[in-house]
Design a protein around this ligand. Structure first.
Ligand SMILES: [Mn+2]
Length: 328
């Protein structure tokens, strides 16, 4: 196992000494981010503190739509007057919480995160890149603060862990601490089966058609070491975010023998493309580094960025950069 660093005393003191807290997650929230926000709220409610969940959204993806109504998009003046503590989760750079980064100026900021790259921002930091999810770190906070674990919170911790590990399949040997935690969560009432269904089930017929289309058009580069697929603006408009199942797409393409990196381009507007990067388990290529060089970010095996380019240009540019790592 890899030991988790102790929870900073300053974080606990700040949570207990502030009457109110604003809990912020990154834009384009995922399951780890949202569940982390809920868990921090649970801890603070246990201590009878006031909380505000804040998210830049959007909540278009199928698996998170249902949570949108819990999250505010602005901070009421009455709440700001309480001089709240700001707790930012799952976020490695302040621009990921725009437009809230300006509103919170002057307040004490705590950051709980597990990204390797990023900016050293915030007054109090509990950041451990080797944690598989932020919910994993928050469970440590709950234990340290002696907050009892109920079934709902156990499910949230497990959901974040499952989401950020591709349902545990990205975990290598020597990480028994994760499974010790899973045992405790299961004992407290968390259901891996229900989380699996939420993550991979309940998909529309259209989403399978889109997956088929993206697999069919995939192009192979550098002797099959790089696989590239894309979605045009028209397709992006037609299928929308709700039908997207990137995790399944990446899993299928990374399963190809010899494939080291998968790129998934999506044209979102005339001059805006997003690029998703995934690296295979045995690849030494750090796609987090490549994405951060392009103004994005993420992890060693999974990252993303957005480029102000049309699709063809974005593809040529990024494939060209990959030549440096894969080209012969
Ligand atoms: Mn995360």
């Amino acid at each position: 196992m890899i030991p988790t660093p102790p929870v900073p005393d300053a974080l606990i003191e700040a949570m207990l000494s502030h009457e109110a807290s604003i809990i912020i997650g990154h834009k384009n929230p995922d399951a780890d981010c949202l569940n982390s926000q809920y868990l921090v709220q649970s801890i603070l409610h246990y201590f009878h503190k006031k909380t505000l969940l804040l998210s830049p959204g959007p909540f278009e993806r199928q698996e998170i739509k249902q949570f949108e109504h819990h999250f505010s998009t602005a901070i009421p003046d009455s709440f700001l007057k309480l001089q709240p503590l700001v707790i930012i989760v799952d976020c490695s750079t302040p621009d990921r919480i725009e437009p809230f980064n300006e509103v919170i100026e002057g307040l004490t900021v705590a950051v709980i995160d597990h990204h390797a790259a990023g900016t050293d921002f915030g007054d109090i930091r509990y950041v451990f890149p080797k944690a598989f999810s932020v919910t994993f770190l928050i469970y440590h906070i709950m234990k340290k603060m002696k907050v009892p674990l109920n079934a709902v919170d156990a499910q949230r911790v497990l959901f974040g862990l499952a989401a950020d590990t591709g349902f545990f399949r990205h975990i290598n040997e020597g990480r028994s601490e994760v499974f010790s935690m899973v045992a405790e969560l299961a004992e407290a009432g968390a259901s891996p089966r229900d989380i699996y269904q939420t993550m991979y089930g309940d998909r529309s017929y259209q989403s399978r058609k889109l997956l088929g289309l993206l697999l069919t058009r995939t192009e192979s580069n550098y002797d099959g070491r790089l696989l590239v697929t894309w979605e045009t603006l028209e397709e992006n408009d037609l299928y929308g975010e709700a039908e997207r199942d990137s995790d399944s797409l990446y899993a299928q393409l990374l399963a190809v023998k010899g494939c080291e990196v998968v790129l998934y381009f999506r044209q979102e507007a005339h001059l805006r493309c997003t690029v998703g990067f995934r690296a295979g388990a045995n690849s030494s290529i750090d796609v987090g580094l490549i994405a951060s060089g392009l103004g994005g970010g993420g992890h060693k095996k999974a990252s993303g960025t957005a480029l102000a380019m049309e699709l063809g240009k974005a593809m040529t540019t990024v494939i060209g950069i990959l030549a440096f790592y894969l080209g012969s």
